[in-house]
Design a binder for this molecule. Structure first.
Ligand SMILES: [Cu+2]
Length: 255
């Protein structure tokens, strides 16, 4: 368990990061209503002026499908008002996600593109984390970083193992060998189960452990004490007379 416990959480972490990046991108996308309140209409070509489109932004084309449509064409189709081979939208409320680079939209209804300038060219730049860090995505990136660290911390906590000291026998005489063969980690929890009428738990230093002496040690006496392991060596003894000398003591090293 000690050796395997990192693997699944790492996979989960990577998965979550990908999801966050994806969500981040989506949250970052802007939805534009083409032509604003007037919708997809004649002489729409200038509507794009002054706007900075990014790949992933969404264009919404609102219009009456009785009178218009939207056809995605290439540069020649745009220039010559030729809709041949283009993808046709005709719902009257079409949402189109901008790909990176140049996109062209025209109406293929007779003469609307050619004589009515019902045509539009849009250039979308690539969205990247670098852009976000430098530009309008600052707050989104901060949230991402914050979420990342929150997750890593939670991951550590979820990863912590709770040990019952002495297993089924609990906190008792001759428990000193119990830590052998276990790989404790910082944040793991030791639960000391015992009858508080007869025992206690005192966190001591190395000298206190070796000499069975209690000086300024933190005392636990609930009979069901949960103690989170700090990094490095920890020492716990029972302070009742003779108990520590009867090996009611443990030394634990948390990596
Ligand atoms: Cu005791």
């Amino acid at each position: 368990m000690a050796q395997g416990r990192g693997k699944s959480s790492l996979s989960a972490l990577i998965l979550l990061c990908c999801m966050l990046l994806h969500c981040c991108d989506m949250a970052y996308a802007t939805t534009y209503t083409v032509g604003d309140q007037y919708g997809w209409k004649f002489f729409i070509t200038n509507w794009t002026e002054g706007k900075s489109f990014k790949a992933g932004d969404i264009l919404v084309f609102n219009y009456s499908p009785l009178n218009h449509n939207v056809v995605v064409v290439d540069a020649n189709g745009y220039k010559n008002c030729n809709a041949a081979g283009g993808k046709v939208y005709n719902s009257g409320h079409d949402s189109i996600t901008l790909p990176k680079g140049q996109s062209y939209y025209i109406s293929s209804f007779t003469d609307q593109c050619q004589y009515g300038s019902m045509k539009m060219a849009v250039y979308a730049t690539q969205t990247s984390l670098k852009d976000m860090a430098q530009g309008r995505g600052n707050s989104a990136l901060s949230v991402l970083v914050l979420l990342f660290f929150t997750f890593v911390l939670n991951c550590d906590m979820a990863n912590a193992i709770t040990y019952k000291v002495g297993d089924a026998g609990g906190w008792r005489y001759n428990v000193d060998n119990w830590p052998q063969g276990k790989s404790f980690k910082t944040g793991d929890i030791l639960v000391f189960n015992y009858n508080p009428l007869f025992h206690d738990v005192v966190a001591v230093d190395e000298a206190g452990y070796n000499n069975c002496s209690v000086q300024n040690g933190k005392v636990y006496r609930s009979g069901h004490d949960s103690i989170t392991l700090p990094q490095g060596q920890s020492y716990f003894i029972c302070s009742l007379p003779g108990h520590c000398k009867a090996s009611m003591k443990i030394a634990v090293n948390a990596a």
